[in-house]
Write a new protein. Sequence first.
Length: 406
Amino acid sequence: MMSNKASLAISWTTPTEIEAKLLRLWKQGRLLSAQLNGAVLFPLKMNLRQPEANAVMHRFDDVRCWIRLLEKGSKAVRGYGYEIEWQEFNHRQLGRNRIPIKVILPTAADALRLLGRQRDAARFDQLAAITLDAFPELKEWLSRRALTVLESAEIWERIMAILHWFRHRPKPGIYLRQLDIAGIDTKFIETRKGLLTELLDQVLPSSVIEPSATGARHFELRYGLLSKPSLIRFRILDQSDRIGGLSDISVPLSEFAALNPNARRIFITENEINGLAFPELPHSMIIFGGGYNIGRLANIGWLAQRDITYWGDIDTHGYAILDRLRASYPHVKSLLMDRATLLAHRTLWGTEEQDKRYCGQLDRLTEPEQALFEDLRFDRLGERVRMEQEKLSFGWVAQAIRSLEN
C-alpha cells in the first residue's frame, strides 16, 4: 500500500515539478528565444495541484509540510525563483488560514537561475547578437533553433565563416576540398551539411540555390559546388569492339553520354558478378545498373538507338526499376524476369522485407510482367516472394542468353 505521504508527493505540486515544467520550456528553446520573437513569457504563472478542503481538515499536518516545502523553494527564501500566490480561507475549526494556489516566476532571470542556466542564456544572447549583426535574416531561424545554436557554441564562429564565404562566392563551381576558409576542413563541412543547409537556405538568394537538390547527398549540387562525378561501369562483350584494348571500363556520366560505341545490343544488370560473368556476344555491351539510380541513363542519345535488355531481380523493386527505365526507353526488353524462371527456382526463393516492398502502380510493364508483379505484390505465390538474379542457375542464365542469338 502507498503511504499517505507518498501519495501527497504525487497529488500536490512540489518545487521539483515546478522546475520540471520550467525545464520543458528550456528544452523547447522558449526561454532562450522569447526575446528574439517578442514572446511575453514573464511573469509566468503556474497553477498548483493543491489539497482539497477535506484534506485541509483531516491531514492538516501534511498540508503544512507541503506549504513549508513550497516556501522553502520560493523566492522569499532563496532570493530568486518563484513567488507564491495565496488564497485565504476561514474554517470553523481551524480558523483563518491561507493556502498556495499559484506560483509566479516574475522574470526570465528568476527562471534561468532556478534552472542554473544563466551562463548558457548569456552565451546564447552573445551568439545571437553576433549572428544577427551579420545575418539579420536569421532572426526567425534563431528563434526556432535556439538550442541548436547553444549546442554549437564552440564551432559557431566557423559556421559563420562558412556562411560569409558562400554569401560572397555564390555557386563557386569548385570541389568542397578546394574551399579555402581559415580553420575549416572538408570533414567539418561534410559532417554538418544538415545544419549548413538550414542556414544557407536562409542567407543565400534563391536564385543561387538548386531547389531540386535536397538532402546531404546533394549538398554540393544545391549550392553550386562540384561533386564527385557519377561513374558508369560497363563491359564490352565483343573483343573487336574494345576501346583502346579495354573491355571493363568506368567513366563519368558525361563521357558515357558522348561515347557512341559500336555495340548494337545493350544489356543492363544490377548484380556486379552477373555483369562480370556475362558471356561474350557480338557487338554487345553490358552496363552495371545501380538500382533506382537507373535514371542516370536517361536522355542518352545513342542509347535510344540501341536494342536494350534489362535483367533485374524478380521482385517488386525489380519490376519498378524496369518500369522506370522504360520511361526513358520504351523499347526495353526484360531478361530472366519471367514466370517460368521464377517457378523453376522455387527452392532458391528469398523474401522481400515487408516494410520495403514496392506498392505503387507500374504503367510500363508488358501483360505477363504486370501479372507476375501483381502476384508478387499480393502474395499469390507465397509470402513476399523474391528471386534474386545472382541465385539463378548459371546454366539457365546461359541458355536464356544463347536464345537471344537465335
